[in-house]
Design a protein around this ligand. Structure first.
Ligand code: FE2
Length: 336
């Protein structure tokens, strides 16, 4: 009797294939994947497959999708209810230069097509994006999935990456006593908190332009969400912390702020993070705000080269979407 030895050649690139052909190459030991898919046919089945990938990886990076504004928006609608900027058009000192109010303009391009210069009010407000956050944590209905598409990028080497943090694994990294301490905390989130903190100088002085009632978090509504929640698509526990987190309900303000600051630093530790380098027009990054954080990484491109990134934002469709804000609440941060 003879035996046959089977030699399996290990592939150079470790990929896994989903039923519909989406392949995944992990980008980090615990989350994030580069995903390979055909965007020529976008339908509900395709989107459901992407959602399965998101439940596992939290962040998916698709290269050179070929999407334009219209297909970006139409595809996004298949993920769920879309947030829109209609109530804000005219805000941030500019008009909507894009073709749809479902597109959030998170790049550095002025309405006249020029590059945004550092120091203006819009630049000051967008500095919040340099800090780890979850989109719309400050609104009564938080964001679920965000889809960010590259339209124009700085030359290679000039920066402009997007960094992500894995808040499911960050929760697991807390010791049992800490988990017990925070398990019922309700966090009061404010976009103004993030905007102010992003404009405090090295001497601890707030930029006078934001030292007004208009930018005082305590004079506006908070988006209230539980800090520790079950991430429903995966069943894992998530730490819902963001730079918008202002204080903890029922704790003294300063004590809560210190605790939240420590937790945000914990979630942003290097072992929980990785960066995405944008490479080409058409690159699309999709992430789940209810199990990850993200931030824009400052770069040498600022004030020199365009970084035109446009985001659609899908409202959270889970049972915890409205937090403790009352389902159906119509107020929104900046308009309350
Ligand atoms: Fe964001």
């Amino acid at each position: 009797m003879t035996t046959t030895q089977v030699i399996t050649k290990k592939p150079v690139i470790q990929t896994k294939t989903a039923n519909n052909g989406i392949r995944y190459k992990p980008l980090h030991p615990t989350f994030g994947a580069e995903a390979y898919a055909d965007f020529s046919l976008i339908n509900q089945e395709f989107v459901e497959e992407i959602k399965k990938g998101l439940a596992k990886y939290g962040v998916l990076v698709f290269r050179k999708t070929g999407l334009d504004d219209a297909r970006h928006v139409e595809m996004s609608k298949l993920f769920g209810d879309l947030d829109d900027i209609a109530p804000f058009v005219g805000g941030l000192g500019q008009k909507n230069r894009l073709s749809s109010d479902y597109l959030f303009d998170v790049g550095n391009v002025n309405p006249d097509g020029t590059v945004m210069q550092p120091g203006g009010m819009r630049d000051l407000l967008l500095r919040c994006n340099y800090h780890f956050h979850a989109d719309s944590a400050f609104n009564p209905r938080r964001a679920g999935i965000s889809l960010l598409l590259a339209h124009e990028l700085p030359p290679a080497g000039f920066g402009g990456d997007t960094e992500f943090a894995d808040t499911r694994t960050a929760y697991q990294g807390l010791d049992d006593a800490r988990k017990e301490e925070i398990k019922d905390w309700v966090v009061c989130n404010s976009q103004l908190n993030c905007r102010r903190n992003a404009n405090i100088d090295e001497n601890g002085k707030l930029n006078p332009l934001l030292d007004t009632d208009e930018f005082d978090p305590m004079k506006h509504k908070f988006g209230k969400h539980k800090l520790v929640q079950t991430h429903e698509p995966s069943g894992q526990t998530n730490l819902y912390i963001a730079a918008h987190a202002h204080h903890v309900e029922d704790l003294p303000i300063e004590e809560g702020q210190k605790q939240l600051h420590d937790l945000l630093l914990h979630a942003g530790k290097p072992e929980y993070t990785f960066k995405v380098t944008w490479q080409d027009v058409g690159d699309l990054v999709i992430w789940d705000n209810t199990c990850t954080l993200h931030r824009s990484v400052p770069g040498r491109y600022a004030g020199i080269y365009k970084r035109d990134l446009r985001r659609t934002t899908v409202h959270d469709m889970s049972s915890q979407a409205w937090g403790l804000n009352g389902e159906g609440a119509t107020w929104r941060s900046g308009l309350d």
